[in-house]
Design a protein around this ligand. Sequence first.
Ligand SMILES: [Zn+2]
Ligand SMILES: [Zn+2]
Length: 581
Amino acid sequence: MISALSLGTLAGSDIIIGADYRVVFSSPELQPVAGKLADYIGKVTGNRLSVSGDTDTEKAIVLLTDGGKIPNGFNIAANGNSVFITGSSLSQTVRGVYAFLEKFCGVNCFTSGITVYSLDKIRVPADTDYSYAPYFEYTDTDWLSPKNTEYSLFNGLNGSQYRKIPDEFGGTVDYISGFGHTLTNQFCSKDKYFESHPEYFSLNMGQRKANQLCLSNPEVLEIVTEEVFELLRKKHNPEADLQIVSLTQNDNIFFCRCAKCRAIDKKYGSHAGTMLEFVNAIARKVKEAGYDNVVLDTFAYRYTRAVPHGIVPEDNVCVRLCSIECCFSHTLDDPSCKTNVSFMKDLQGWSEICKRLYIWDYCTNYSNFTGIFPDFGTLQKNMQIFYEHNVKGVYEEGNYTMNTCDTEFGELRAYLISKLYQNPYRDLKADRDAFLGAYYGAGGEYVGEFLDIITENAPKKHLGIYQPMTSTLSLSSKQIAECDKLWEKAEKAAEAQAKINVRNSALSWRYWKMKNRASEFSDPVKYEENKAKLTDDINATGIEKWYESTPMIAFFTSFYQLLFFSLYPVINSIVNLIYRV
Ligand SMILES: [Zn+2]
Ligand SMILES: [Zn+2]
């Protein structure tokens, strides 16, 4: 058995991967990824290497899976005239192969359509001994390119919501139920039960409604438990690294206020306690039945965000903490940003009691998908904060409707987020600049300067995810003129597809100016004409959705948020007071 790790001696000279090299797979399951590695090496050097299962080969890139030597992650090591890529599992060996392509072969996948080959010779230094363990076990984001399998393999995305990674390439971490809001929809569904059993559903203002479940009803627990087991009988894969069943509240705040639920809420100090008691009960049964690679997921979202007292999640329960109320122009640990201070308290609290804490985070403006969302200054610090609070998985929800045109830096943001998942402490500025060069060509430099201006100015205002364009980014007229110049320069410098990319990204800037009546939109006589031109240009890209909901609904969404999340504790106390009378 060949093993780089058991040999301490290092040969003196660097390894040059020439045409006489082979890619060797040490077990049949590694053959597909060995073939893929040979293909990419062919694209770099012009010589596609042959692939072999003969581990006695000299001059080889050897792929191994050995959980005994590598507890979690992978190692890339040079030894003699061979290179060894060893992973703790198939998925980690696959990651090792893609890391090898990036680090040693100069292959970078910036978008699903842009893979850059920056070297024509592959040199592996003689002293190479590079180890990596993943920072997060689960990573996902939407946007455009992350839906592509090859992009996801290069950039380490492994959630199943937006991509299918074949099992021979390590597969995905699957939510084998729905992804969220499953209670009343998928489990104990309102369609099936509400008419015959309204008492299974939440009581509000004296009425049972199919908004949420009544979690203290033992029959509800029995039904959901049985439905979870039915799902496991159909979809459980014992070979998978991890499978997740989501038991998550519906997307409204009308949780049950029947006497029994209120008593449990009171006992734990938060409705999250009532939810956790319910999910824990099912999790214990799933564990007893031997489903060791299955985790039960629940939300810490809106009214279940506050950490309960006197109860902790079972080891096989994952809590997904959602940052929907947060501000994204200030880092989560910014003591001057009140909404973030309150979130940090909950993040801290959950991290202390939960062994598997995930985050559902946000990175776009849902009332203005095309408008500037200046969160570039907070992405890295926030990812570090998650990691430092024992977070094991992150989903960055962006503009999931993006399917035709990259406006509002969707491709850049997706790339940076993916890279931060791989390592929150990396040189993100270098990643950004590499992306800008690959995507905007010679225009990238000016787009970078524009990003610097909006990033520097972003902290002057708070930045919610439904906020009007007029109250987010604040720029002086001098800065606006400077930004206009930078976009002009970028368009002039870029060529071919890069020029189109510049124009599409500039739509976000024009959209911001339109909403703020700035620059060419400041002249009331020409406003309508310029707005019509911008509208035509946006429509021409095929963008179908400008926002998640109509402006009116977006307005009410903001209002709803303001009302329920600023005044919610007060309203809740009044409601509870009335019902206790
Ligand atoms: Zn109830
Ligand atoms: Zn803020």
